[in-house]
Design a protein around this ligand. Structure first.
Ligand code: 5GP
Ligand code: ZN
Length: 139
């Protein structure tokens, strides 16, 4: 399954060049063209799925296991001090390419990757209402 308008499908087909880190039957892993830090890579399933909502569970599980294997090796190879695994779904969440991908972002002491969010505060009454709603509506 391929989407003609999808940049990652074009990369997977070899129509757009990329720097390949790893490949197996299900995934290609390439360097991000706009890296947050040195070694920033993307795990991309070979089939086109828009996001995590659409990705089959089996591939979702495999992607995370692959992420674990790769960061375990790459931490030593790159000499980084930690890793962020980031996965965006929807434009509001920062997704800019509509083909599921899992970011592997090496972190180095003192880097300026700028990932994160402003911490809010958890309101106890709203938290309780939220838990009630989730309990009621979850299958
Ligand atoms: P998103 O914002 O959807 O989570 O991440 C999309 C990522 O794809 C961005 O980090 C961006 O730099 C990367 N990207 C976009 N176009 C290309 C491309 O043509 N080649 C590569 N290697 N990465 C790309
Ligand atoms: Zn695609």
């Amino acid at each position: 399954m391929r989407d003609e308008n999808c940049i990652f499908c074009k990369i997977l087909a070899g129509d757009i060049p990329s720097f390949k880190v790893y490949e197996d039957d299900d995934f290609m892993v390439i360097l991000d063209a706009g890296p947050a830090t040195r070694g920033h890579a993307l795990i991309i399933p070979k089939e086109h799925y828009k996001d995590l909502y659409e990705l089959p569970e089996e591939l979702a599980a495999k992607a995370f296991v692959l992420g674990k294997k790769l960061i375990t090796k790459l931490t030593g190879i790159l000499g980084c001090d930690g890793y962020n695994l980031v996965q965006n779904n929807g434009a509001v969440a920062g997704q800019t390419v509509g083909h599921f991908h899992l970011h592997l972002i090496p972190r180095y002491e003192g880097d300026d990757a700028g990932l994160g969010w402003h911490m809010g505060s958890l309101d106890a009454a709203d938290a309780a209402a939220l838990i009630d709603q989730i309990k009621e509506e979850m299958d």
